[in-house]
Design a protein around this ligand. Structure first.
Ligand SMILES: NC(=O)c1ccc[n+]([C@@H]2O[C@H](COP(=O)([O-])OP(=O)(O)OC[C@H]3O[C@@H](n4cnc5c(N)ncnc54)[C@H](O)[C@@H]3O)[C@@H](O)[C@H]2O)c1
Length: 444
């Protein structure tokens, strides 16, 4: 006997989801970066999707089925109902918009909402009655309805909750992580009313294998996202502070954490650099919101300061070690391995490894930097640093700044091609103590 396969009931009804499912209506994804492009391409396995970005160079690459962020392979584009464009008029064909543009901070560490406002204004130009706009960019609670909705209303002339609906669904992808990919991470969804929540839930359920979590409001969904990243910031900040204390009293932090980690309810976090555009940025969004409401956020600010202060701490540890081990060394030479904001990605935005290189340069050291993931031209433009592919030089210190997979494979004898027996090894991740002789190995 054959198995009866139940198909979604789309033929009889004519909701927005039905139209999307039957490909009579399109989804538009605005912003095709680390978040937007994988999202658009996955959505395009079930729906008709148009992707829009203001970066023409990026669009040209995507049209060649290449992901500039290297999160997708050429094969991921095959068979997808997806078209990428920088012509904004083409957004007019959509009924369901998803906005995934950057939400950085400015020099005063305040939210820089310019890209979000501008992308919202673009959507507003094409907004029609019955449309739904979902925001995926990380924001503070309240931002979607306080900042984006008024732009949508003003430019479109339509009325929120009557003519169009809005939702918020934070993105939780972890670049470079091949296990927790878009389809494998539970998606938080929220909507401005039950009808919006229904269509948004159904759309994401079609493509996210891990399922969805319906948040009771847009603000709850917005807050949940920043909290996820704040929790990591705080926990790493605690480890960074402990590392500074233990360093001063002569204890090895990783030995302490290894011992403490044998307790059943100990949470394993490690000291390190907190960079990138999520964990090192999102806490400032909630700090901003707290200030608007005159609520103290001292703990969050303190953690940010501690984590930002790790560069000075590492520079001072390296320079102390060099003074002791190489007292006669003027203009010591340091090799830094890795400059991206984290391992196995090419993203250099807000990279603390890059800031560490610059801080070492300012200290007077000659700093040579290697990274096989980062684009050399981007590194040069953003940080003024020339990447070196291979070098035969011998260095006074080698800093293992970013633990890319190809560095993980290196043995001590590989490192000795660029080192002498007294070269200092500073391992930021701190998991290679068995690789190096104890007298030259340092970590946080
Ligand atoms: N990258 C991540 O790992 C990650 C994870 C979770 C959440 N987020 C959040 O998702 C959002 C997007 O981040 P991202 O890493 O994809 O950024 P990104 O910089 O990689 O991509 C954003 C894209 O938006 C485009 N853009 C900017 N302004 C635009 C506009 N007005 N109209 C159309 N396109 C525009 C840019 O050209 C760029 O291609 C941010 O809020 C970020 O905090 C990122």
């Amino acid at each position: 006997m054959g198995i009866l396969k139940i198909q979604p009931q789309v033929a009889a009804s004519n909701t927005l989801f039905d139209k999307l499912y039957r490909k009579e209506a399109k989804i538009a994804v605005v912003g095709l970066g680390y978040v937007g492009l994988p999202l658009a391409v996955h959505m395009a396995s079930k729906f008709r999707v148009v992707g829009f970005d203001i970066n023409q160079k990026k669009i040209e690459q995507i049209q060649q089925q290449q992901d500039p962020c290297k999160e997708l392979s050429h094969l991921d584009f095959i068979g997808k109902d997806f078209f990428a464009t920088d012509i904004k008029n083409l957004l007019g064909v959509a009924k369901f918009y998803i906005v995934a543009v950057p939400t950085p901070i400015n020099n005063e560490k305040q939210p820089n909402l310019a890209p979000l406002k501008s992308a919202t204004a673009t959507v507003a130009e094409y907004l029609k009655k019955g449309d739904v706009v979902v925001f995926e960019s990380t924001v503070y609670p309240g931002c979607t309805e306080e900042v984006c909705v008024p732009i949508l209303e003003e430019i479109s002339g339509l009325t929120y909750k009557k003519d169009f609906q809005v939702g918020y669904s934070p993105e939780r992808i972890n670049p470079g992580d091949t296990k927790h990919t878009f389809t494998q991470i539970k998606k938080i969804v929220s909507g401005s009313n039950q009808e919006a929540l229904d269509v948004i839930s159904k759309v994401y359920e079609e493509v996210v294998t891990a399922g969805i979590h319906k948040a009771p409001s847009i603000q709850v969904a917005e807050a949940a996202k920043v909290v996820e990243n704040i929790q990591r910031d705080v926990n790493i900040g605690l480890m960074n502070q402990l590392s500074q204390i233990f360093s001063e009293i002569g204890l090895n932090t990783s030995e302490v954490l290894e011992a403490a980690g044998t307790k059943w309810n100990f949470h394993n976090y490690y000291p390190g650099l907190v960079g990138g555009h999520c964990i090192g940025v999102d806490p400032y969004y909630l700090i901003h919101k707290a200030a608007q409401h005159n609520v103290a956020s001292d703990l969050l600010k303190q953690v940010r300061n501690t984590n930002e202060g790790m560069i000075d701490f590492i520079v001072s540890k390296i320079s102390k070690a060099l003074k002791i081990k190489k007292p006669s060394c003027n203009n010591c030479k340091i090799l830094v391995k890795g400059i991206t904001f984290k391992e196995n990605v090419n993203d250099i935005r807000n990279s603390k490894a890059a800031e560490l290189c610059l801080a070492l340069q300012r200290k007077g050291y000659t700093v040579i930097v290697q990274d096989n993931h980062a684009y050399p031209s981007e590194v040069k433009t953003h940080y003024g640093i020339e990447l070196t592919i291979a070098t035969n030089q011998h260095f006074d210190a080698i800093v293992l700044a970013v633990d890319h997979d190809n560095y993980k494979k290196l043995t001590y004898s590989d490192y000795l091609k660029n080192a002498r027996m007294d070269t200092v090894f500073f391992d930021i991740k701190g998991d290679k103590k068995d690789l190096f002789p104890k007298n030259v190995y340092m970590s946080l």
